[in-house]
Design a protein around this ligand. Structure first.
Ligand SMILES: [Cu+2]
Length: 156
């Protein structure tokens, strides 16, 4: 007597299938990537030395203006006398990239010196000469539409 047992083997047993490689948890732990940063901060908005012209030992007029993240120059107007001018533009921005140029064709005489790129936190200086009294509109060409413009006046 023999019982017949048919044993069916599951056809699809293919050895060990390791499906275990799923890594859980891509970054649920939000490190916001921000960086709490170096604490150099917050330029108080009105530094009286900004926009004030002083004369250096070499006789060149010196003036510094700032640009923060906001789309402005501080101050947006300043006045120099005819002669050489050393203009420093200091970015106090933490994010925004600006530039500085005298608006082409807008001034009483051409000043071609410019700062093509002023990254956040950078300071750049240009030097040029003015001879005629009058106004020189300037701008950040990236943000002219947002009103980042100003005027340098030459007064004899
Ligand atoms: Cu700008």
């Amino acid at each position: 007597m023999s019982g017949m047992w048919t044993r069916r083997l599951p056809a699809a047993v293919t050895g060990a299938v390791l499906a275990a490689g799923v890594l859980a948890g891509c970054g649920s732990d939000g490190g916001s990537g921000g960086g709490t940063g170096g604490g150099t901060a917050a330029p108080s908005s009105s530094d009286p030395s900004l926009g004030t012209v002083t004369v250096a030992e070499d006789g060149v007029q010196e003036v510094t203006i700032q640009t923060p993240d906001d789309y402005v120059f501080l101050p947006e107007t300043f006045t120099v006398a005819p002669g050489r001018v050393r203009l420093t533009v200091q970015s106090t921005a933490s994010q925004a990239t600006h530039n500085f140029r005298f608006t082409p064709g807008a001034g009483v005489e051409e000043i071609s010196e410019e700062i093509p790129l002023l990254a956040a936190g950078q300071t750049e200086t240009i030097e040029f000469e003015v001879t005629l009294p009058g106004e020189h509109p300037f701008e950040c060409s990236f943000h002219t539409q947002l009103g980042q413009v100003g005027v340098m006046t030459v007064r004899g």
